[in-house]
Ligand binder design. Structure first.
Ligand SMILES: CC(C)(COP(=O)(O)OP(=O)(O)OC[C@H]1O[C@@H](n2cnc3c(N)ncnc32)[C@H](O)[C@@H]1OP(=O)(O)O)[C@@H](O)C(=O)NCCC(=O)NCCS
Length: 154
């Protein structure tokens, strides 16, 4: 598996993994209009080829997606992580998340990563906690703000 820059057309595959408005909200937050097309989602998530990435399998099939967003000099933000449903629960999300953190730190000497996740999204919250993210704040609408400080060697 490898990570490459995403293109708008990759969202055709990614959007096929999202069943309904609730799943879309859990994945991408309230700024993505629903129903989404690759064009509307790409625009709504302010994606471009240096902040959006796909994970591809050895046959070049897209199996994961995520964004690394710059939040000023010191912070990077992980967003919109998703794994193809049939591959979930096998460590793919963990690997993708770790790869995106590495890509972020290689692009910018940031001191920490942030992310937002719905508290009801147990799989995602547990994944982020397993990777060292800690809850910083419980916001409105059941959203947790999580943060992970850069460790030596990252
Ligand atoms: C969240 C998501 C990316 C996780 O991907 P994944 O490939 O299934 O995750 P992994 O197999 O790498 O699991 C890593 C850890 O996450 C947690 N986890 C994953 N799936 C879980 C589940 N169904 N229930 C509870 N914990 C879960 C576990 O702690 C797991 O570690 P373990 O296997 O050692 O117990 C995936 O479920 C997904 O695409 N969800 C839909 C989109 C979404 O909601 N994204 C989050 C946006 S904030």
């Amino acid at each position: 598996m490898e990570v490459r820059a995403a293109q708008q057309s990759d969202l055709l595959t990614v959007l096929g993994w999202v069943n309904g408005e609730h799943e879309c909200l859990m994945w991408a937050g309230p700024n993505i209009r629903y129903p989404a097309t690759p064009e509307t989602a790409w625009r709504d998530m302010e994606a471009f080829d240096e902040n959006a990435y796909v994970l591809v399998d050895p046959a070049s099939k897209v199996v994961g997606f995520g964004q690394v967003l710059s939040r000023g000099g010191n912070a990077l933000h992980l967003a919109r992580l998703i794994v193809e449903p049939r591959l979930r629960g096998q460590g793919v999300g963990r690997d993708l998340c770790a790869a995106l953190v590495d890509i972020g730190y290689a692009s910018q000497p940031a001191e920490y990563f942030t992310l937002n996740v719905y508290e009801s999204n147990r799989a995602a919250v547990r994944l982020y906690q397993a990777l060292g993210f800690e809850i910083k704040e419980r916001g409105d609408s059941g959203v947790l703000a999580m943060v992970k400080t850069r460790k030596e060697g990252e």
